[in-house]
Design a protein around this ligand. Structure first.
Ligand SMILES: *[C@@H]1O[C@H](CO)[C@@H](O)[C@H](O)[C@H]1NC(C)=O
Ligand SMILES: *[C@@H]1O[C@H](CO)[C@@H](O)[C@H](O)[C@H]1NC(C)=O
Ligand SMILES: *[C@@H]1O[C@H](CO)[C@@H](O)[C@H](O)[C@H]1NC(C)=O
Ligand SMILES: *[C@@H]1O[C@H](CO)[C@@H](O)[C@H](O)[C@H]1NC(C)=O
Ligand SMILES: *[C@@H]1O[C@H](CO)[C@@H](O)[C@H](O)[C@H]1NC(C)=O
Ligand SMILES: *[C@@H]1O[C@H](CO)[C@@H](O)[C@H](O)[C@H]1NC(C)=O
Length: 325
C-alpha cells in the first residue's frame, strides 16, 4: 500500500477512535470482578490477575506477561476488558481503588509491541492501537475508581504512558520510568508527552523527553513523578495497601467528585487527539520504520535481552553507535 493511502486510513481510524468508541468486534464482557475477600481471578488472556480485599472495595490488578511485560495485543485486550468492567451502572458495585502492580520483579510494564507499528499498518494493528487509546481514555474518564500504580520495576515507553495517567504512582527500589521514544525518532504519543509537563513541569519534561532519560525511584520522587519512593518492596506494598484501604473507607461518591474535580488539570482530550494525529506521520517515516525493525532485531525480538533490560540507555547508545541506521 502506498504510504499516503495508508496514512489516510490510519487517520480515519484515529478519528474513529476519537469519536464515540466504535463497538469493538469482540466477545462481550462477562467477566465480573471477584467480590469475595482474597479471591482471585484471571483475565481472558491471563495477562492480569486480580485479587480483591475490603469486600471488593480494593482490587489489586497484577500485570504478568513474561518475560518483559511487553504491552502486546493480549495485555492491551485484558487491560481494556478490565477497565471496561469498572464502568459504573445502576446496582453494580465497582472497586473504589485499583492498585496496579506486577508479578515481574524487573518490569512493571514494558513498551508497546513494536510489531504493531511496523508497516503494513493492517486493520488488526489499527484495532490494537485504537484499543490502547481507549485504555488511556478509560484511565482518564473512570472517575468512580482511584487508580494507583505500584511501580517496582521498569515502566518504559507505553508502560510509562499508562502509568503517568493513573491517579497516583508509588515507587520501589527497582522502579525505573522512561518515555524513550524520541530516541527512536518517535514520540511518547499515548500520554507520555502531554502528561509529563503538568506532572513535573515543562523544563524538566523537556529534559527527560528530549534526551530520553529515565527516572529512578528517588529522582522520580524528588521531581514529583512518584508520590513517594520506598526503599524496599515490602514497604512499598504495605504502604500502598494501607493507603488504598484508607481511601476505601470513604463513600464512592466522594472519590468520584474529587476525581471529577482534579481531572480538570488533565490535558484536554482534543489536545491528546491532536498529538496522536501528529504521531502517525512520524511512524510512517522510512527511517523510523528502519529503526523499528532494527530495534526488534537488537532487542532479541523484544525479549529478555541485555538491550531491553538496558533501556533507555541501550537505545541512546544504539543511536550513538549508528546501530539504527
Ligand atoms: C489476595 O489478597 C489477600 C489480602 O487481601 C492475601 O491474603 C492473599 O494472599 C492474596 N492472594 C494472592 C493469590 O495473592
Ligand atoms: C466497602 O465500601 C462499602 C460502601 O462504602 C462500606 O460499607 C464497607 O464498609 C466497605 N468495606 C470495607 C471492608 O472497608
Ligand atoms: C436497583 O435495585 C433496586 C433495589 O433492589 C431496584 O428497585 C431497582 O429496580 C434496581 N435498578 C436497576 C436498574 O436494576
Ligand atoms: C471513556 O472512554 C471510553 C474509552 O474510550 C469510551 O468508550 C467512553 O465513552 C468514555 N466515557 C465517557 C463518559 O466519556
Ligand atoms: C461522578 O460524578 C459525575 C459528575 O458529577 C456524575 O455525572 C457521575 O454520575 C458520578 N459517577 C458516580 C459513579 O457517582
Ligand atoms: C518475534 O516474536 C513474536 C511474538 O512477539 C513472534 O510472533 C515472532 O514469530 C517472532 N519473530 C522471530 C523472527 O522470532
Amino acid at each position: 500500500m502506498p504510504i499516503s493511502s495508508a496514512k489516510i486510513i490510519a487517520f480515519a481510524l484515529l478519528l474513529a477512535s476519537a469519536a464515540p468508541a466504535p463497538a469493538p468486534a469482540r466477545a462481550t464482557y462477562q467477566r465480573g470482578l471477584p467480590t469475595d475477600p482474597g479471591s482471585t481471578s484471571v483475565s481472558r488472556y491471563g495477562k492480569i490477575t486480580f485479587n480483591s480485599s475490603s469486600n471488593g472495595n480494593v482490587t489489586r490488578a497484577t500485570f504478568n506477561n513474561p518475560p518483559i511485560n511487553l504491552v502486546d495485543a493480549f495485555v492491551v485486550s485484558d487491560l481494556f476488558d478490565f477497565l471496561h468492567s469498572l464502568q459504573p451502572a445502576p446496582n453494580k458495585t465497582t472497586p473504589k481503588v485499583v492498585v496496579f502492580d506486577s508479578a515481574n520483579p524487573d518490569w512493571f510494564l514494558g513498551h508497546y509491541d513494536l510489531h504493531n507499528i511496523e508497516l503494513p499498518f493492517t486493520q488488526t494493528k489499527a484495532d490494537v492501537f485504537n484499543q490502547v487509546i481507549d485504555c488511556t481514555r478509560y484511565i482518564l474518564n473512570t472517575t468512580s475508581t482511584a487508580f494507583i500504580a505500584e511501580i517496582n520495576g521498569r515502566t518504559i515507553g507505553l508502560g510509562q504512558e499508562l502509568s503517568i495517567q493513573m491517579d497516583m504512582r508509588f515507587a520501589g527500589p527497582n522502579a525505573l520510568a522512561s518515555s524513550f521514544e524520541d530516541s527512536l525518532g518517535l514520540t511518547a504519543a499515548a500520554g507520555g508527552q502531554p502528561f509529563l509537563g503538568p506532572v513535573i513541569g515543562k523544563a524538566r519534561a523537556m529534559e527527560y523527553l528530549l534526551a530520553a532519560k529515565a527516572f529512578d525511584g528517588p529522582t522520580g520522587e524528588r521531581l514529583g513523578l512518584f508520590n513517594t519512593y520506598y526503599p524496599t518492596a515490602e514497604k512499598l506494598r504495605s504502604e500502598v495497601s494501607a493507603l488504598a484501604e484508607r481511601i476505601a473507607l470513604f463513600p464512592q461518591h466522594s472519590i468520584n467528585d474529587t476525581k471529577v474535580t482534579l481531572s480538570l488539570l488533565n490535558p484536554t482530550i482534543a489536545s491528546l487527539d491532536d498529538q496522536l494525529a501528529r504521531f502517525i506521520p512520524l511512524m510512517y517515516l522510512p527511517e523510523d520504520q528502519a529503526t523499528i525493525a532494527k530495534f526488534i532485531e537488537v532487542s532479541g525480538n523484544q525479549t529478555d535481552s541485555k538491550f531491553e533490560l538496558g533501556l533507555p540507555e541501550s537505545s541512546v547508545q544504539a543511536v550513538r553507535d549508528g546501530v539504527y541506521l
